[in-house]
Design a protein around this ligand. Structure first.
Ligand SMILES: Cc1cc2nc3c(=O)[nH]c(=O)nc-3n(C[C@H](O)[C@H](O)[C@H](O)COP(=O)(O)O)c2cc1C
Length: 337
């Protein structure tokens, strides 16, 4: 199978239609076990992070499979872990379309989807019924209609709903497309939110006997002098990992492009340098707390750089759209562990 032949067809469609077409094809292949042909022969490159065992450190970043509808196909592509979501307590449509823009000249995307998802309850049967051995993290957020002052009650609702079935929970306080969400990253706010989630987790742990790790996903746009403070606040409050990072509001590297003025978060190649600069600071500040590196991974070199900086795990989103589903197998084979 050659993605080079398929890509022009997909890129001829608007990005959201292409997304659905690509997943329809992947799901059909997965049903007959053929999606694993994209991965090829995969070596095991095992890692234990947050107390979980991963066959390899390459994961899917949140946002591609928001409602956990494509787990079989994604697992066959060779991911060491899959993060679904962002899920919110109630279903919501997200922002009006168009809300996703390709910048092919730079292997980049701008999106302002705004947490379009079917709500946390709708994903539960698929999470509970999954057959795959690949660890699945669930990324949680708040509904657009929930005032920011009441955000923690949305996160707690989601934590309770997915606790038994998620391998880990990712707390998304860094999407640029939900009003004021990033304010939750202020050291006092994030410390309060993480403490509330960790104490709720204690109750859930007692009730079901399982201890689920909590990771916090941060933005690459935190002022550099603040990053270490934010990370220390997250770690001191008891989080088990940091995910660094979400999309950027910066337009560095794409400023001349017609789509550069679209509101939303930029991902892909132009994010890489910024994400790696932030990752360095995050890894140092997090000390023993593991860090998951994400942002602009298009090649083995890019993934290796994140591992060399000190990320324990690496996630990919935009790279899959530009390089195709074979990228995952290539990364797993190519990285040194
Ligand atoms: C279309 C799109 C939707 C996304 N949705 C989410 C989301 O729902 N939750 C989240 O935490 N991150 C979301 N992200 C951010 C990615 O998970 C990732 O952090 C970011 O895109 C940087 O990685 P990349 O350069 O490999 O794409 C989204 C990214 C894109 C491109």
């Amino acid at each position: 199978m050659s993605y080079a032949l398929i890509r022009p067809f997909l890129f001829g469609l608007d990005p959201e239609t292409a997304h659905h077409a690509a997943f329809a094809a992947l799901d059909a292949q997965a049903r007959v076990g053929a999606a694993r042909l994209w991965a090829g022969r995969l070596p095991k490159k095992p890692r234990t992070v947050m107390g979980l065992q991963f066959d390899n450190p390459i994961g899917l970043a949140a946002g591609l499979d928001k409602n956990a509808e494509h787990l079989d196909g994604l697992a066959q592509l060779g991911f060491g872990f899959i993060e679904i979501g962002t899920l919110t307590p109630l279903a919501q449509p997200g922002n009006p379309k168009p809300r996703m823009f390709r910048i092919p000249e730079h292997d980049a995307l701008i999106n302002r989807l705004g947490f379009n998802n079917a709500g946390v309850e709708a994903a539960l049967p698929r999470l509970l019924g999954r057959k795959i051995a690949t660890p699945v993290g669930v990324n949680i957020g708040k509904n657009a209609a929930t005032p920011i002052e009441q955000a923690s009650s949305d996160y707690i609702k989601c934590l309770r709903a997915v606790y038994e079935t998620a391998d880990y929970i990712a707390v998304n306080v860094s999407s640029p497309n939900t009003k004021n969400l990033r304010d939750l990253q202020a050291p006092d706010s994030i410390a309060g939110l993480v403490r509330a989630l960790v104490s709720e987790r204690e109750l859930l742990h007692k009730a079901c006997g399982k201890l689920r790790p909590i990771a916090v996903k941060i933005a690459p746009d935190i002022e550099s002098a603040q990053i270490a403070k934010v990370v220390q606040a997250i770690c001191d409050a008891g989080a088990d990992a940091i995910i660094s990072s979400n999309t950027t509001l910066s337009r560095e590297g794409v400023a001349e492009h017609a789509h550069a003025q679209e509101a939303g978060g930029l991902s892909g190649s132009p994010l890489r340098e910024r994400a790696d600069r932030v990752l360095e600071v995050v890894v140092k500040a997090a000390r023993k707390v593991p860090v998951i590196g994400v942002g602009g991974v298009m090649s083995v070199v890019d993934a290796q750089r994140k591992l060399d900086i000190g990320a324990q795990l690496v996630q990919v989103y935009t790279g899959m759209l530009y390089k195709g589903p074979g990228l995952i197998g290539d990364l797993v084979r190519g990285i040194r562990v």
